[in-house]
Design a protein. Structure first.
Length: 337
C-alpha cells in the first residue's frame, strides 16, 4: 500500500515507518524536525529511514498548510497515519501555545488536506492523558473524557472531536488510538524511561514525583507498532444502534476510538528498580510532590483492541527495559532534553 505517516522522524513514527517498509509498503513520511528534544537523535532516525527503498520524507510543519497539502497530493496514499504533534504533558505548562498551533491548527490542516485526497483509512494518535484523574479504572474508550488536566490533553481531545466531525461530514473512515506511556529503543529523551536510564547511568539524580506513588501502563514500542499495523485493516463503519455492541464506534460516522496499552499498570518505583538492575547501578532519588497536571495511575482496558485485531500487547517491563538499556549502551549518552 501507499501509506503517509506524519511525525515520521519521531519515536513512534520512526518505528512504524520501519515496520511498514519491512512489510513491503511504500511510505511517505512528513516531519517538521522540530527542536523539542535532541536534534541529533531525530537526524539519526531520519538517516536510517532515508537509507531505505520505498521511503520519501517531506520536511515541513503541520502548520504549513500548502506544504502539507502538496505532500499528500504527491503521495496519493491509501492510508494516512497521523502521529505528528507537540507532545509532552509537562512542556504544555511552559509553552501552551505550541500545542494550539501544532495539535489543533496542524491537525485541522491535515483534515482539510485529507478531504481533497481521501484515503481508505485515516488513523490518528491520541493519548491516555484524556482520561485525566478518572477514578474509573481500567480506562475504557467510551467513558467520559471531558475533564482534561492539561492543555496537552485538551488539545488532543480537540483533535478527536474534530476528526469525528470530519468523518461524519465527509465520510472519512477514521480510527483514533489512545497511547499509554510508550517506551523502548530510540525513545524520547524527555520521557521518564529513557530519562531515567540516561541519568542513572551518568550518576545524576532522577526526579520522582508524588514520592513514587504512581502507576503507569508502560507499553513497549514494538507492541504499539504491531497494534497500529493490525488496526489499518480494521476500517470502521457507522454503528447500527440496534445491532452494535461496540460503544466506541460512532453511530453517525465511520469513526472509532481504540486504547493501545499493555493493560497492566506498573508501580513507578518497580520500573526504576528494573532499570537499576539492568544497569547495575543505584539511582540517586530526588522525591518530589505530585507535579501539576499529573495523574496517579494510567490503566488501559484493551478488550476492544484484542477483539478487533486478535492482538494484545504482551511485552513485560523486564524484557522492555532490557531492550531499552541494551540500545542505550550501544547508542551512547544523549543530549539533554
Amino acid at each position: 500500500m501507499q501509506i503517509f505517516v506524519t511525525g515520521a522522524a519521531g519515536f513512534i513514527g520512526f518505528h512504524l515507518c520501519r515496520r511498514l517498509l519491512d512489510d513491503g509498503h511504500v511510505v511517505d513520511g512528513f516531519d517538521g524536525l522540530t527542536p523539542f528534544y535532541d536534534q541529533g537523535l531525530k537526524a539519526e532516525r531520519r538517516a536510517l529511514l532515508e537509507g531505505r527503498n520505498n521511503f520519501r520524507l517531506h520536511v515541513a510543519m503541520l502548520e504549513e498548510e500548502s506544504a502539507l497539502a502538496a505532500a499528500l497530493a504527491a503521495a496519493k496514499p491509501e492510508v494516512v497515519i497521523h502521529l505528528a504533534a507537540q507532545a509532552g504533558v509537562r512542556y504544555s505548562l511552559e509553552n501552551p501555545r505550541a500545542y494550539i498551533q501544532s495539535n489543533i491548527v496542524g491537525t485541522f490542516n491535515l483534515l482539510e488536506a485529507v478531504r481533497e485526497q481521501p484515503p481508505r483509512h485515516l488513523l490518528m494518535a491520541s493519548t491516555s492523558s484524556l482520561y485525566g484523574a478518572s477514578e474509573r479504572i481500567p480506562f475504557v474508550e467510551h467513558q467520559p473524557t471531558d475533564q482534561p488536566l492539561t492543555l496537552y490533553a485538551a488539545s488532543k481531545k480537540a483533535t478527536e472531536v474534530m476528526a469525528h466531525a470530519n468523518s461524519h461530514l465527509w465520510n472519512v473512515p477514521t480510527t483514533m488510538f489512545r497511547f499509554f506511556t510508550v517506551y523502548g529503543p530510540w525513545g524520547r529523551p524527555d520521557m521518564a524511561p529513557l530519562k531515567f536510564v540516561d541519568a542513572i547511568d551518568a550518576g545524576r539524580p532522577i526526579d520522582i514525583y508524588n514520592n513514587g506513588d504512581m502507576r503507569r501502563d508502560f507499553t513497549y514500542i514494538d507492541d504499539l507498532v504491531e497494534a497500529i499495523v493490525r488496526l489499518i485493516e480494521c476500517v470502521p463503519h457507522p454503528a447500527d444502534p440496534e445491532t452494535s455492541d461496540e460503544p466506541a464506534l460512532s453511530p453517525v460516522a465511520p469513526f472509532r476510538i481504540v486504547n493501545i496499552g499493555r493493560g497492566e499498570p506498573v508501580n513507578l518505583l518497580d520500573f526504576i528498580e528494573e532499570i537499576e538492575a539492568k544497569l547495575g547501578k543505584r539511582a540517586i532519588r530526588n522525591y518530589l510532590p505530585m507535579q501539576k497536571g499529573d495523574v496517579p495511575v494510567t490503566f488501559a482496558d484493551c478488550h476492544l483492541l484484542e477483539r478487533l485485531t486478535g492482538y494484545r500487547p504482551s511485552t513485560g517491563v523486564r524484557e522492555g527495559v532490557d531492550a531499552l538499556v541494551d540500545w542505550y549502551r550501544a547508542h551512547g549518552p544523549l543530549q539533554p532534553a
